[in-house]
Structure formats: C-alpha cells, structure tokens
Design a protein around this ligand. Structure first.
Ligand code: 5CA
Length: 439
C-alpha cells in the first residue's frame, strides 16, 4: 500500500477526550473515529489489526474443533423471556420495537439464541458434543463507556458455546477452551493469566477471566509470578487428550481479581518474592453454567437410557475489539505503538526519504516490489514530506520494521532497517535487507 493513497488520518495533537494511552494512540494513529459515545468506526489501519486478531482467534477455535457460524445482531425478546433474562438484564440491553410492534433487542450475548438453534435439531446424546462459535458485534448500553474500544457500547466479541450430555463432557469442553485461550493470547504477543472469576449475569459456578497485566487495567489482580513466566507456545498439548492436568497446573497457583482475592490465602500460598499485585485488563471470560439455559428453554436430548435430559452448557467469550486497545496498552513506548508481529497492520514500513530523487525513487520502488513478492505487507511512504515527519509517523503507527531508503545510504549501496521494538538499526545492501526481513 502506498501511503500517498492510503486513508490514514493521523492527528498531531493528543485528543483531550482520551484518558488512556491506547485510546490516545488509536485516535492519533488514525485507527478509529468515535461515532457516538462508546461506538466507533474502524478506519483502514485499525480494521487491519482487528481482522488480524480475529484471524488468530478463528484459527485457534477451529484447531479446537469449534465450528464457526454467524448469528444476527438483532434478536427477538421472546427467547430472553423464556430464559428469564429479559427483565434481569436491565438498562444495559438495547431494546427495539419493529414496525409490527414486535419486541426485539440488539444482542449483548447469545446464550438464548444458540440454545434455540441447537435445541431445534439436536435430539439425542449421539448428536453431542457440539462446540460452536461466531464473531459478531454486541451491544451493551454501558453506563460509562470509556477508554475507547476497551469499554465500548458496540464491540466485537468471539463467543463460543458448548453442548454436552453430562458434566464430564462439559468439563472437557471448558478445558479445551481454557487451553485454546492461552494459546490464542500468546500468539498475539500477550501473557494472559486465567483467574477465578465471578459469573455475573451469565451465571454458573465455574468461571475464569483471562487477564493481561497493564497499568491502566480496570481491575486490581493478584497472582503468582510463575504464571506470568510460563511460555505457553512451547508447551505441546493434545487438545483431544485429557487436559485436566494442564488446566490444574494453572489453577493450582494463586491468581485472583480483586472481587475474588483472599489476602491471607495469597500470603500463605505464594512466597513473598513471587507475589505480584498489579492492574489487569480482562480480554476473555469463560463460563460453565450447566443446565441454566437448557432447562429454562427446554433444550433436552435423549440420553443412553432414552430419558430426556437438559444439555450441559458453557459459554466462552473473547473481547476481539477490546484486544486492539489491550495490546497497545501492553505494547507501546513514548513514540507510539509497537505492534507484535502477528497482529501488526503491515509487516514493514518502507520510507523513501527523498521523493523525486531518481535514485531514491527507483531503489524504494524496487524494494517495495521485492518485499511484496516475498509475501510481506508493506506500507510504502512515498509522500513528499520532511524526514522528521516520516520517522515520527512510522514510529507512531508502530510497524515491526522500517526500511529507510535515502540518498546518503544509496551512495554506498545501503538501506537502513530499524527494528521498532528494540530500536536497533542496521545498514545493509538492499539484497541483505530483503533476506533479513523475510526469514
Ligand atoms: N456470553 C459470555 C461469554 S461468550 C459473555 O458475554 N462474557 S463476557 O460478558 O465476559 O464478555 C466476554 C468478553 O467481551 C470480555 O471478557 C471482554 O473482553 C469483552 N467485553 C465485554 N464487555 C465489553 C465492552 N463493553 N467493550 C469491549 N469489550 C467488552
């Protein structure tokens, strides 16, 4: 993509309405624009990141045998009356009446709708287990939407739902999602720690929040340092095997949000030098709630004895749009965003320092072609701007690598590569630069 053609409305000033760094940087880097309180448009740069995150979430869900479908954003009120949540949900639910006077709502979550779908076609224990998910916009009329996409009113969530015959089956599904979540966040360059959690309006008696540590986190969290130091991606797990021992290695160590924190237990179980108390951002939440919805909505199957039993269910959410902000909270410096490679909007920012100079134009354009041929996503700064502005903008949008083509370097046949995360710079021939970036 050529910067001269790209829609990237960056801002020089820090917008006054933005209190936290991720919100400031998302506005400054031209990733989002507010449409009304807690509701945002995703501009091209931001949308690229959102899609990358979605893709990682999808790949890991698919690997766990979870099947993707798509449910609508608008739901009928009836099914929420059946589950008993229509009144309980209160003002957070956006209620709508259609032209025929039918009561509808903009879904804040999908337990009812998925139960309705599965109930209509699953009749026997032989049809189970089922693990289904979608990635869809939700609406919650939060009292205080704030921190940009971190606490929005309209936000993108991945929500999965499991249906099993019995508790053991439901536990297997829960464990599968537990392990899958750890991998999902690790692939985004995040360390997410599962913490025992309150179940709130979703209900149930087993629940974990996945929390990443960041100074601006909304909740205070307490955990054992060993959980932070684990390298999830290097641990091989068999998703079809018994995952309980793996889950136990996480849940046997202390980790709790302030709602669930027990100071005396924390001190008894965790040696002083390993006690971490920090702030955290909830990037996912998983629930086992058994037959809460299936019983209320009559979602039963025939078991091996031919008896009708309500299905055992769980639901599993990931805050896809919140993750964009959360990743920035975890990955930035004074100059701007520092994207982990796996979610970066482009792999490389190519800067032509002297647009209009024949040698620079040719070298930059050749480099642009070669990088793209090698399969990299490149943002090519071909705009006629001062070098200082170009560097500042590239640092702000935080692409993992910058390649700088300038007249001085070209005289000795080199270009410069800058690693955004480490700040290290290398002067290399264009061929070596290409090799360096495509390993
Ligand atoms: N039905 C369950 C699981 S599918 C559910 O709705 N869980 S939840 O309420 O915990 O939401 C799942 C995730 O969505 C949260 O962990 C959080 O990361 C994200 N989320 C929740 N509310 C918001 C919000 N207002 N803005 C942005 N993300 C949100």
């Amino acid at each position: 993509m050529r910067l001269s053609q790209f829609f990237l409305p960056t801002l020089k000033e820090v917008p006054s309405e933005a209190q936290i760094v991720s919100h400031q940087l998302m506005l400054r880097a031209g990733m989002i624009r507010q449409s009304s309180a807690g509701i945002y448009s995703w501009l091209p740069l931001g949308y690229r990141v959102l899609r990358k995150i979605e893709q990682i979430v999808r790949e890991e869900q698919d690997a766990a045998g979870c099947q993707e479908l798509l449910m609508p954003t608008i739901q009928p009120a009836d099914i929420w009356r059946e589950s008993g949540r229509y009144d309980d949900y209160g003002k957070e639910m956006l209620r709508i009446t259609d032209r025929h006077g039918r009561e509808m709502l903009y879904g804040p979550t999908n337990e009812e709708l998925i139960t309705e779908i599965v109930k209509a076609s699953v009749r026997s224990y032989r049809d189970l287990p089922k693990l289904l998910y979608h990635v869809q916009w939700k609406f919650r009329d939060e009292v205080r939407p704030r921190f940009g996409v971190m606490r929005g009113r309209e936000f993108l969530m991945k929500d999965s739902y499991s249906f099993d015959l019995d508790r053991e089956g439901a536990r297997r599904a829960y464990n599968k999602m537990f392990v899958t979540y750890l991998r999902t966040y690790a692939r985004m360059g995040l360390k997410a720690i599962p913490m025992q959690a309150d179940t709130g309006p979703i209900g149930g008696d087993l629940s974990h929040e996945f929390i990443i540590l960041a100074q601006t986190g909304e909740s205070e969290v307490f955990c054992d340092r060993e959980l932070i130091e684990r390298d999830v991606l290097s641990e091989a797990v068999d998703l079809d095997g018994d995952l309980q021992p793996v889950v136990d290695t996480w849940t046997s160590r202390y980790a709790a949000t302030d709602e669930m924190h027990e100071p005396t237990r924390f001190e008894a179980e965790v040696p002083e030098d390993r006690r971490v108390s920090a702030r955290g951002i909830e990037v996912g939440h998983i629930f086992y709630f058994g037959t809460k919805y299936s019983e209320a909505m009559g979602a039963t199957v025939a078991n091996q004895e031919g008896l009708q039993v309500p299905m055992e269910m769980g639901s599993y959410g990931i805050g896809v749009s919140r993750l964009v902000g959360a990743i920035i909270e975890a990955c930035h410096d004074e100059a701007g965003i520092v994207w982990p490679r796996s979610v970066a909007p482009f792999d490389v920012g190519l800067i032509n320092l002297k647009v209009g100079d024949l040698a620079c134009d040719k070298a930059a354009s050749d480099m642009y072609q070669s990088l793209r041929l090698a399969g990299l996503d490149v943002l090519y700064d071909d705009a006629d701007e001062r070098a200082g502005v170009k560097f500042a903008n590239m640092d702000l949008i935080g692409l993992p690598f910058q390649v700088v083509v300038g007249p001085r370097g070209l005289k000795t046949g080199v270009v410069e590569i800058k690693n955004r995360a480490t700040g290290k710079r290398y002067e290399l021939s264009p061929e070596s630069a290409l090799a360096h970036l495509t390993v």
